[in-house]
Design a protein around this ligand. Structure first.
Ligand code: ZN
Length: 226
């Protein structure tokens, strides 16, 4: 009987250990430095690339906890609406961990900027602007042509990056131009956020960083820009 009981305890503790390691919730964003938050994203993306995702906690208990105790995301991420660029998946994070804004071309239109400002309510230590290769929004902006007023509003935001890229790299064309303009677009959005008066105090105090990134659709790799 004693042996049976020991076996039960061993089994129960093994099962607890497996459960504990299989569901990992990130610490509250307000307790992390920008560097620690970025490291969580780097590690999550490495798991994604290696097809070694952890079983993020999507349980009823987690949903109830988030409802009752509120959200404490550790990163705000502006990415493209492209269906292949979902931040929660490519950074391998679960519910309540990432504050995500998505719009074609990852542009800073007022409602997106306002949402990023709002995310600071949670003392999020890191804002990422993430573009990706083969971005249709950048391609459409380069191509020009007749589009609806709403799509034109997106292209209007991307145009400065296309113009700047053509000026600095007049030799580029096709996919090379598209990728250089996409990265330039990310850099311009990062620069805009760094000048945002609503973010100024936390940026200057070192409690917040804004970083650009590029996502590779095929490899799954995210490269952070310096
Ligand atoms: Zn895109």
């Amino acid at each position: 009987m004693k042996r049976l009981f020991s076996a039960f305890v061993l089994c129960a503790s093994m099962s607890f250990a497996l459960t504990a390691s299989a569901t990992t919730v990130a610490p509250a964003g307000s307790t992390l430095t920008p560097a620690q938050a970025k490291q969580l994203l780097v590690e999550g993306n490495m798991r994604f690339v290696a097809n070694k995702q952890i079983a993020n906690d999507l349980s009823q208990a987690r949903r109830t906890n988030l409802f009752k105790n509120g959200q404490h995301p550790f990163a705000t991420i502006l990415s493209c609406a492209d269906s292949r660029t979902a931040p929660e998946q490519l950074f391998d994070r679960g519910l309540g961990e990432l504050f995500v804004l998505r719009v074609a071309g990852n542009v800073l239109v007022p409602t997106i900027t306002g949402s990023i400002e709002f995310s600071q309510t949670f003392q999020v230590p890191l804002i990422i602007v993430m573009g990706h290769n083969a971005c249709g929004a950048v391609e459409a902006t380069i191509g020009g042509g007749k589009v609806s007023d709403n799509i034109a509003a997106i292209a209007h935001e991307i145009t400065p990056a296309v113009q700047a890229t053509k000026k600095s790299h007049p030799d580029l064309a096709g996919s090379k131009l598209q990728e250089a303009a996409t990265q330039k677009n990310v850099e311009l959005m990062v620069a805009k956020l760094k000048k945002n008066p609503e973010l100024k105090a936390r940026l200057e105090a070192g409690k917040l960083e804004v970083v650009g990134a590029m996502y590779d659709l095929e490899s799954g790799q995210v490269t952070f820009l310096k």
